[in-house]
Design a protein around this ligand. Sequence first.
Ligand code: GDP
Length: 445
Amino acid sequence: MFERLTSRLQEVFRNLRGFGTLSEKNIQDALREVRMALLEADVHYATAKDFIERVKQKSLGAEVLASVTPGQQIIKAIHDELVELLGSTRRDFDLTALPAGILLLGLHGSGKTTTAGKLARQWKQQGKKALLAACDIRRPAAIEQLETLGRAAGVDVLKPKPGETVPDLGRRALRHARQNFYDIILYDSGGRFQIDEELVSELKTLRAATEPRNVVLVLDAAIGQESVNVAKTFHEALGLTGLILTKLDGDARGGAALSVVSVTGCPILRVGIGERPEDLETFHPDRMAQRILGMGDIVSLVEKVQATVDLEQAETMQAKLRHADALDLNDFLNQLRQLKKMGPLHKLMDLIPGAATLPGKHLNQIEQQSDQQLKMTEAIILSMTPRERRHPDILNASRRRRIAKGSGVQVSDVNNLIRNFRQARNMMKKVKKMQKRLPLGGLFG
Ligand code: GDP
C-alpha cells in the first residue's frame, strides 16, 4: 500500500547517499522531497509539516558519527520520526476487566462487522471466551453477517430481541457475559454513511449502558484524508481509546495510517489487510516504518512463515531467501507448497526488503500456478533423480525427455518448469542484491 511513498523515499535516499558530506542545502532539498512524498501519499498537511520540522532539527543538530554517512544519519532520523508518528510502541486492547468490554464503532462500510469477526476469531484462537453482541439493530443484514462470522469462528453471538433498544441490548449482553464467564465482550454498533447527532447519541447511550474500557474506531484507510476528519470527529464526540485501520491491502495511499495517530493521540491496535477472517494484523509502529522506508519486514515475514509451516522449514526458507544460489528444485517444490498455504504471494512479497519494487511479472507467474499446475510440478520434480533435483543445471535434453515420459507430461512442460524455477532463483538473487544496495541495510539487518 505504501509502494509509491516507498519508491519516492528511496529515490530521495539514493540521492542523499551520493554525497560524502551534506550541506544544509542538501538536507533542505532532500527534506522538501520527503515532504512532497508524504503529501502525495495523502498525509495530512500539518502532520507532514511537523514531521519535516522534527527531522530537520535532528539532522542539523546531530553530531556526525564516524561509522555512518551523513545521508544514512538523515534516513535514520526519518525512520525514528516515522516510528514516532505511527505511535512509538505497540499497544493493545485493555483486557484486564472480566469481561473486557470493547465497543467497536465506525461509519457504514468501514469494516466494523468483519473486524469484529476477525478479532473474535483471534481471541478464540488464544483460548479466550468471547461474546459478540450485534448492536446494529436497524440492519438485519449486519446481524446476520455477524452471526455467520461468529459461527465460522466458533464464537457466540447475542442478537437483539424484537423491540429492544440499543442500551437495553447492551445491558443484557453484559449481564449474559458476566453470568456465563466470558473473557471479552465485543459490541458491534450501528453505523451511518456520515457521523450525525443521532448516531453519536446512540453510541453514547450504548457506551453509558456498558461502560467498556475500549472504545475503538474502525476506520477505512481507503478514504484517504477524509479518514483523519472522521477519526477526529468520533474522538471528540466519544473519546476513543484506539483505532483499527482496515483495507490497508487496497490502493490507499497510506496517508491515513501516518496521520490518524498524531491527530487523535490514539494508538492503532490492528490493521485489516484483506477480507478473509485471518486478514487482521497486530500493528507495530517500528516494523511499519521500516516497511514504508523499503527496509521490508523480515520479522513479520518470519512470523508469518512460522504460523504456517514448522520452525525448521521456516528457518530453511529464511536461509534460502538469503542464499538464492543454493536454491534447488526440492526447495522450489517445498516453497510452492508453503506459499500456497500462506495466501497470496504478493502480500508476502511486501514483507521482503526491496521486493515491493520488483516487477510484478515474476510474482504473477508463480502466483498463477493453479492447484493442477502445482500437482504437475510435483509430478515432474518427483520424476527426477535426487541428483537432478539438487543440480537442475544438469538437466539436458535426454534427461528432460525421460522426465516428461516418467511424469506423463510434454517435454515443453518440463522446460517451462525449469524456466520458472530459474526465474524464481533469479528473482531471489535480485531481492538479495537490492537488500545490499538499500541504505541502512547494515542498521536494520
Ligand atoms: P460495516 O458496515 O462497518 O460493518 O462493514 P463490513 O464489515 O460489512 O465491511 C464492508 C466491506 O469491507 C465488506 O465487503 C468487507 O469484506 C470489506 N472489508 C472489511 N475489512 C477489509 C479489509 O481489511 N480489506 C479489504 N480489502 N476489505 C475489507
